[in-house]
Ligand binder design. Structure first.
Ligand SMILES: Nc1ncnc2c1ncn2[C@@H]1O[C@H](COP(=O)(O)OP(=O)(O)O)[C@@H](O)[C@H]1O
Ligand SMILES: [Mg+2]
Length: 603
């Protein structure tokens, strides 16, 4: 069975051809930095050229000063000349170093700029996507798009162009110089190329396999670690420490084995490559020495030749690595662009106007709806009709899975119905902008999600321009002020991820206050008051009564007290409204509601 880890691993190792259209689109992210980019390429060429100059200087030092000196010239002239060459050599080194530093800095600036833009684009786009996208896409894989896929592009965009150019210039320069010195020597050296190419190919394949299986076990080790940390209470409660350690040790032994195997491959490869490259040097020394004696080559040229030969293998290796990195980057780019090209299912029509801020009357007309993943022959909502006058409180009642949350999600236009109309104050919400609708709707669910930041920031989430005084006034009106004031630092308490440092009841009070601060026309509470202690419940209950006045409210609750006082109760069953009326009317009817009510009361 393929796990999410395996799929992620497959994605990580996936490669794709770098097509022209893909390349153009990628470089559109570099375009804002094109001046820096061109400068970068120039710097690369100069830095590389400076590196190529070194052996040439040494050759000159030997041939023009040292050799004549040894052959009977004056020692002073020879030494003076060599000293000059050394100074020039050092100067060139410094120049090359300076150019490289400059080039690397500009590379980082370009890469980080472009990657920043891309990451922001991904973040912005994800926020706009409709919920149907999140229904079918695993969260970890969405994050991987913004994270590891962007990283894999970063490698290529930041370093790729400069490294490719530098390697190319070095290779062309080195080969041209070596051929000019002695093409016969070049032919002799080229005999080591086939075994070297074969070696590289073979080790690459072995290394890739080993690395891949290493990553697989590594992610299992990490997953086991993470699971044990988040489940540490359960582990301790069931006294599973020893058993879990035993299992972890097994996993880890596997990991260690693969790590050693993979390290062995890499540590055999590099020395072997050096060995073969060293053979080439031996050939040059032997055959080259003979050519010098024949008078076909000077000592300086031979020395330069050996030095150039040393500069030959690095760029070959770099180009190979780069080729692979480009293929992986192409696969990453395809995945990122596929995400960026995913159109939100729900979006504003071209002619959409803002929904005017009205009284908040709601009407559903023949609404039929199914999710993307719902089987084609069934409806989650099968012709829902109802009308809610502005300012009234509506309770949605029904068994789990009857479609209550779906009704709410459609009203908030997180999804769009396949047929039927949803009207707010007589206006079709589909013909108006999403933003204007969402500004008028407040939703509190059981999830009560909070964000990292202070409590005050969280309370202003729906209306960032609210003043602190307004927030406190809202909390006082709701009666939640007391509870908030009791928190360690009151309104400036730092909230951890998802509100982990508050109790469930406190979180609930905060989310209700957050909805109050946003002051929506239409308020939706989806099982928002489940699972809190009686005391908090009383606070919430009072808060809700305050909240319900002056706005249209939809409540999904198992608490009878809330439901009983609703102006209208809609009973849902299999996506249809089977009963509607007030509490007393529905009890008198003796149908589904009466049976549900009897179940409530028994509990
Ligand atoms: N995001 C979703 N994707 C696919 N099916 C869903 C989704 N949410 C709910 N459903 C299905 O739709 C039906 C109605 O669910 P829902 O409206 O959440 O019920 P309720 O809130 O009344 O418990 C259920 O059969 C449920 O499995
Ligand atoms: Mg629900």
């Amino acid at each position: 069975m393929a796990t999410h880890d395996d799929i992620a691993l497959d994605e990580e190792f996936a490669q794709a051809p770098m097509r022209g259209s893909l390349m153009r689109r990628l470089f559109s992210y570099v375009r804002p930095y094109r001046r820096k980019f061109v400068l970068n390429l120039f710097l690369t060429v100069f830095a590389t050229a400076s590196g190529l100059l070194g052996p040439k200087m040494i050759q000159h030092g030997i041939d023009a000063f040292l050799a004549p000196g040894l052959a009977g010239g004056t020692a002073e002239a020879a030494l003076g000349g060599v000293a000059w060459v050394s100074v020039l050599y050092l100067g060139n080194l410094l120049l090359g170093w300076g150019l490289s530093v400059w080039q690397v800095r500009s590379s980082i600036a370009i890469g980080q700029g472009a990657m920043n833009d891309l990451r922001l684009a991904v973040f912005e786009h994800i926020q706009r996507l409709s919920l149907n996208f999140f229904d079918r896409t695993h969260q970890g894989r969405i994050i991987a798009r913004a994270d590891s896929d962007v990283d894999s592009l970063d490698r290529v965009l930041t370093w790729g162009a400069a490294q490719a150019l530098s390697s190319l210039v070095t290779l062309v320069g080195v080969v041209a110089l070596m051929v000019r010195y002695d093409w016969r020597l070049c032919l002799a050296v080229s005999t080591v190329l086939p075994p070297l190419a074969w070696l590289t190919f073979w080790f690459h394949r072995r290394g890739r396999e080993a690395y891949r299986s290493l990553r697989g076990t590594m992610s299992r080790v990490t997953a086991a670690m993470a699971e044990n940390i988040s489940g540490v209470r359960v582990v301790q409660a069931f006294v599973r420490e020893d058993e879990n350690l035993r299992r972890f040790r097994g996993l880890h032994d596997d990991f260690t084995g693969r790590w050693v195997a993979s390290a062995r491959i890499f540590h055999t490869y590099m020395p072997l490559v050096n060995l073969v490259a060293g053979t080439a040097t031996a050939v040059v020394l032997g055959y080259g020495g003979w050519r010098v004696r024949e008078g076909q080559l000077t000592v300086g040229e031979l020395a330069a030749f050996v030095l150039y030969l040393g500069m030959f293998f690095g760029p070959v290796q770099t180009m190979g690595d780069l080729y692979n990195a480009v293929l992986s980057a192409a696969a990453s780019a395809e995945r990122i662009f596929a995400l960026l090209d995913t159109e939100p299912q729900v979006r504003n029509r071209p002619d959409a106007a803002a929904l005017p801020r009205g009284a908040g009357a709601v009407r559903f007309e023949g609404v039929r709806f199914r999710y993307d993943t719902t089987p084609a022959d069934t409806w989650v909502l099968d012709g829902v009709d109802f009308e809610v006058p502005a300012g009234s409180t509506v309770a949605l009642v029904g068994h789990t899975g009857s479609g209550k949350t779906s009704v709410i999600s459609l009203l908030a236009r997180f999804y769009e119905p396949q047929s039927g109309l949803i009207l707010v104050d007589g206006l079709d919400i589909a013909a108006h902008t999403l933003e204007s609708l969402h500004r008028q709707i407040g939703i509190v669910t059981q999830e009560n999600f909070l964000f990292t930041g202070t409590l005050m920031e969280n309370l202003k989430f729906g209306r960032p321009d609210a003043t602190d005084e307004e927030v406190v006034a809202a909390a006082k009106a709701l009666g939640t002020d007391e509870v908030i004031a009791r928190l360690s630092e009151g309104y400036s308490t730092a909230i951890r991820e998802r509100g982990g440092n508050l109790s469930a009841g406190e979180r609930q009070l905060v989310t209700i206050t957050r909805a109050m601060v946003a002051d929506p026309r239409i308020l939706i509470l989806d099982e928002a008051t489940s699972a809190v202690d009686p005391r908090t419940e009383r606070v919430i209950q009072r808060a809700l009564e305050t909240l319900f006045t002056r706005r249209t409210s939809f409540v999904i609750a198992h608490r009878l007290s809330t439901v009983r006082h609703a102006n209208l109760i809609l009973v849902l069953d299999h996506g249809r409204v089977v009963e509607r009326g007030t509490h007393d009317q529905l009890l008198a009817l003796g149908g589904t509601y009466a049976r549900l009510h009897a179940e409530f009361v028994r509990e």
